[in-house]
Design a protein around this ligand. Sequence first.
Ligand SMILES: [Zn+2]
Length: 124
Amino acid sequence: MNKFEPIIRPMFCKKCFAEHHPVLGDVFAEHIKNVLRVLQLDYNPPMKHIGITPHLISDANEKLDLIELTTYCTINGCGVETKWNKEKENFTVHLQRPTIYTLPINDWKALQRYIDSDYSLLNS
Ligand SMILES: [Zn+2]
C-alpha cells in the first residue's frame, strides 16, 4: 500500500454524542486545502448532527479483506487537544485518543469518495 494521505470525514463519536457535541463554541480541527486548521463553531448545529463530528483518518491498513482505520474525533478535548503556539502564531493539533474502525474494503473506498453535502461545521 502507498503512503496514506490523512483525510477528514464526518463520523459518529460515542463520547461526543453522550456529551452533546458538536455545539456552539466547540473548537475543532478541519482540513482546509490540505492543511489541518483549527476553528471555533459559531452556531448550534441541528440536532441530527449531535455525535457526528469531523474525524481525522490518520492511517489505513489492509487486514485480509478488511481495512483497519485509525481515526481521531477532531473536537478539542475529545480525540485531539489544540494548543496556541505563541512563537509560530498558529495552533498545533495534538492527537490524543484514537478510535479504531474496521470496515470492508468496499465501504472504505466509498467513505474516501464520500462528501456529505448536508454536513458541515464550517458554515451556518
Ligand atoms: Zn468526539
